[in-house]
Structures are given as structure tokens and as C-alpha cells.
Design a binder for this molecule. Structure first.
Ligand code: RB5
Length: 146
């Protein structure tokens, strides 16, 4: 898959672990965000990834900040984005199965690296269940009515 991974300054180390993991699995990964010692605002990073995913320039994205909350709030402002903040393998799996999340959000200050990488794997390995499509259509209608 073509994946985008971005973070703010609170998640640089976990971002690198996610990038290494995804590349090790054979995905084409582009990275955005600050280098060590730099700072970056999470809405800017979220916008970059969300617009690219919504435009089809990438298949999906992973956004990381301290809690994952700011990234998920910001990314979900972009039409077509279903960004899911997950905390464990179950929520990661369900984000794919029920919500067809096209962006996974992770919190580096609340998740250990092992759980975070397990979340990434669960999300990528789980297929969307078509019986939930109607609810996604309702979300799309909500976006259009805003
Ligand atoms: C940055 O200090 C922090 O606010 C950010 O990483 C994130 O947790 C926001 O939701």
C-alpha cells in the first residue's frame, strides 16, 4: 500500500517505529513531521495527510501525536476522511471492520510501541464488512449537509 505517516513533536520516536515497521512489511511509506528537537503543530500534519488520502494520492495514513486526539479531530475535518483514534487491537480492528477508517491515529504518550504496532497491524489486516456501508453513506451525507 501507499501509506503516509506523520506526527508532531510528541510522537517522533513512535513515528519512526511505525515507519520502520511498515517499510519492513513492504509498504511504500512517505513521512512527514519534525526532526528530533524540532516542533510541529498537529493540525498542519493532519491536514497534509488527510488531504492526500482524500485526494487518492495515498491509500491510507497514520497520524501520531501525544494522545492522538488532536490528530483525529483535525483529520476528520477533511471530507472523505474517517480517522479513528484507537487504543488497543480491538478498537484498531473494529476501526477497519465497521468504520473503514482510512487514517489511524495513535497517541505516543498513552500507548507503548508494542501495542501501537499491533494496532497498525490489526487495522491493516482487517477487511471492511460491507454490511456497515449504509452508515458510511450516512456520514458522507452529513459531510455534504455541513
Ligand atoms: C502537544 O503538546 C500535544 O498537545 C499533542 O501532541 C496532542 O496530544 C494533541 O492532541
Amino acid at each position: 500500500m501507499r501509506l503516509l505517516v506523520a506526527s508532531d513533536h510528541a510522537a517522533i520516536e513512535l513515528r519512526q517505529a511505525v515507519v520502520d515497521h511498515l517499510r519492513g512489511l513492504g509498504h511504500a511509506v512517505e513521512v512527514s513531521g519534525p526532526a528530533s528537537g524540532e516542533r510541529a503543530d498537529y493540525p498542519d500534519q493532519a491536514a497534509l495527510v488527510a488531504h492526500a488520502v482524500a485526494a487518492g494520492q495515498a491509500d491510507a495514513g497514520v497520524l501520531l501525536c501525544g494522545t492522538g486526539i488532536g490528530m483525529s479531530i483535525a483529520a476528520n475535518k477533511v471530507p472523505g476522511i474517517r480517522a479513528a483514534l484507537v487504543h488497543d487491537v480491538s478498537t484498531a480492528r473494529l476501526a477497519a471492520e465497521h468504520n473503514r477508517a482510512n487514517i489511524l491515529c495513535l497517541g505516543a504518550r498513552v500507548l507503548g510501541p508494542v501495542v501501537a504496532l499491533d494496532c497498525v497491524d490489526a487495522w491493516l489486516q482487517t477487511a471492511f464488512e460491507a454490511r456497515h456501508q449504509h452508515r458510511l453513506d450516512l456520514i458522507t451525507a452529513l459531510e455534504r449537509s455541513a
